[in-house]
Design a protein around this ligand. Structure first.
Ligand code: ADP
Length: 627
């Protein structure tokens, strides 16, 4: 049988493994044990749901054997095994889940990241071995096969005479080098330690022959070597253990291994509920955005176990969309093993559990917000946008559940604050929650309208995410306080006298405003004087439901409709420009028109909108400078 080549990307990954400078090489063992355990899970599950497959649960196990003489480390399971075709696809190609991401990230990221990030699994064997042999017999085939590879040059598959269903992986351990002592993987204590550290919770026994030295019977101090087969893991799934007895390291190790993350989680939630429906749940909030989070490949969901038996890998019904970043598992003794995906959707018990889990996640987040602000802010910077989408989507049906978890940047606190905090310190007489939108905190801070409200000592929420203003619209109010966009005319901070004055001035100068409006082709709804600007000459205020910021967001969408916010050009009544305009109106209407064009362009620029006719404006400015 000829040597087959690995698929191109597998080969790259393999090269990485073989020449790996990754210091944490020992994880290969946990990867292989985890695969073995998965394979046993599969077989056991088959036996529960398929009459034709018979299994004695008490015999299910993983065996580790050390053959020092031949430098072999052998990991053997009696799980479902692999057919010839499965050997080919599973071991000839890197795990499909990771392959795409690997390709995308490989250019940018360092090797080390790739190894950790995509749970390269089986291939990690090549970090410590110069030859890997996989003998496997599938539950679905009478013919066993042997897959073998020395790494980069490819692999062979040939029939084997393995008689029992399952898989045996033989690692030929590399020779020691100056930097690496590979031989330690042939040491029983080292292997014992690694199993304890990484794979203790595996629910099948991991057995190994352990050599002890024992005093020879009938002698004073003569010792003999005896070999006993021992189970070296405790087999209790971590989620079934008393949470006071599980260390942080154990929780974290379980997470990184089980959910293929290179980074420790931000938060662990371990809960046990007894009652009408009992269950245990172990949930994790990742500490970074999963690489595929915003791609269609990302599947939300929790692993679902029935009394320790995995029945579904990603049960999406257990998580609402706005908590789709949560990873973890749920184990309930009351669930039927035979349940199908479709049936689960209608399962009452699952619905109750899902509801409980949702509440649990929410209350944990609230606690974090209250007691561990720093971590919550970290969380919010990563997944806050998800909560905002959750608030906004489905016509705001979940907004009441989520509104207290939201945070926005505050002009006075200079950090993220909650709506509750904002309302609690509102000034006397302030009846609205002020916000302003823009690309960045710095840009918003410079908006003329913001400047004036800040000048009056009001706190303003700076909205920098596209979804933010839509969230405000869907929330409408918080504790009865309406939201008000300081760049829209729903903000009213002029005093009664000021109002009187602008009203009068606006009426008196109507003819001037008409000429000005005409100069900019009626692009604004109105032009008027205002008292609300502190230092700036002009601003563009939106009128109606659609703000300038929303116009930008909507028009940047693929199906953008070319919507336009209705705007008003407001001129600072206390600014010297007013006298200038008035005198131009009397003496030089052509200049008045040109000045209007410049002012309008300025107002657009400040709002972050493009100037529609940059050449004309630049010529006008030049003309003015040269005067
Ligand atoms: P992953 O476990 O992330 O899918 P691996 O590279 O570790 O990726 O394994 C690839 C696939 O090979 C597994 O998904 C599984 O189908 C199969 N496999 C690996 N080890 C075993 C085993 N001991 N028994 C049966 N199948 C296995």
């Amino acid at each position: 049988m000829g040597t087959k080549q690995f698929k191109a990307e597998s080969k790259r990954l393999l090269d990485l493994m073989i020449n790996s400078i990754y210091t944490n090489k020992e994880i290969f063992l946990r990867e292989l044990i985890s695969n073995a355990s998965d394979a046993i899970d599969k077989l056991y599950y088959r036996s529960l749901t398929d009459k034709n497959v018979k299994v004695d649960p008490s015999k299910l196990e993983i065996e580790i054997e050390i053959d020092k003489e031949n430098r072999n480390l052998i990991i053997k399971d009696n799980g479902c095994g692999m057919t010839e075709k499965e050997l080919e696809t599973n071991l000839g190609t890197i795990a499909k889940s990771g392959s795409l991401a690997f390709k995308e990230q490989n250019e940018k990221k360092e090797d080390i990241d790739i190894i950790g990030q995509f749970g390269v699994g089986f291939y990690s064997a090549f970090m410590v071995s110069d030859k890997v042999t996989v003998e496997s017999k599938s539950i679905d085939s009478d013919q066993a096969n042997k897959w073998e590879s020395k790494g980069a040059e490819g692999y062979t598959i040939e029939p084997s005479d393995k008689s029992e269903v399952g898989t045996t992986i033989t690692l030929h351990i590399k020779e020691d080098t100056e930097d690496e002592k590979y031989s330690e993987y042939l040491d029983q204590y080292k292997i014992q330690e690694l199993v304890k550290r990484y794979s203790d919770y595996i629910r099948y026994p991991i057995k190994m022959d352990i050599e002890h030295s024992r005093k020879k019977e009938g002698t004073e101090n003569e010792y003999e070597k005896v070999v006993e087969t021992e189970t070296i893991n405790s087999m209790v799934p971590i989620w079934k253990r008393d949470k006071n007895k599980v260390t942080k390291e154990e929780y974290n190790n379980f997470y990184t291994e089980k959910f293929s993350d290179y980074a420790e989680p931000l938060k662990v939630i371990h809960t046990s509920v007894e009652g009408q429906f009992s269950y245990k749940a172990l949930l994790y909030i990742p500490s970074h955005l999963p690489y595929d989070y915003y791609s269609k490949d990302y599947e939300k969901g929790l692993q679902l176990y029935s009394n320790g038996v995995l029945i579904m890998d990603k049960c999406s019904d257990l998580l609402p969309d706005y908590f789709r970043f949560v990873k973890g598992l749920v184990d309930s003794p009351d669930l039927s093993l035979n349940i199908s995906r479709e049936m689960l959707q209608h399962d009452r018990q699952l619905k109750v559990i899902a509801k409980n889990i949702e509440n649990k996640i929410k209350s944990e987040l609230q606690n974090m917000l209250k007691n561990d602000r720093e971590t919550y802010e970290k969380f919010f910077n990563i997944f806050g946008i998800q909560l905002k989408y959750g608030t906004y989507s489905d016509y705001g049906i979940n907004k009441d559940k989520l509104k207290d978890l939201l945070m926005f940047y505050s002009s006075t606190e200079k950090k993220l604050v909650t709506l509750g905090e904002y309302v609690s310190r509102m000034k006397e007489g302030q009846d609205k929650i002020y916000y302003a939108c823009g690309e960045s905190v710095d840009k918003i801070d410079m908006l003329p309208q913001v400047d004036s409200i800040k000048g009056k000592d009001y706190e303003i929420l700076y909205l920098t995410a596209d979804v933010d203003e839509f969230v405000m619209q869907i929330l409408q109010d918080y504790e009865g306080k309406k939201f008000a966009n300081v760049c829209a005319n729903d903000v009213d901070i002029e005093t009664a006298e000021e109002k009187e004055e602008t009203k009068k001035e606006n009426e008196e100068n109507k003819a001037m405003f008409d000429i000005m409006k005409e100069a900019i082709d009626g692009k604004v709804q109105d032009i008027r004087f205002t008292h609300k600007l502190k230092n700036h000459p002009v601003c563009l205020t939106s009128e109606g439901a659609l703000s300038v910021e929303m116009e930008k967001v909507l028009n940047s969408m693929p199906n953008g409709q070319g919507v336009k916010a209705q705007t008003v050009l407001e001129i600072n009544i206390d600014h010297p420009i007013v006298e200038k305009l008035k005198s131009l109106y009397e003496n030089n209407k052509e200049d008045l028109k040109e000045y209007t064009k410049i002012l309008y362009a300025q107002a657009r620029l400040i709002e972050g909108l493009p100037i529609e006719n940059p050449t004309e404006i630049s010529n006008l400015v030049c003309k003015m400078i040269s005067k």
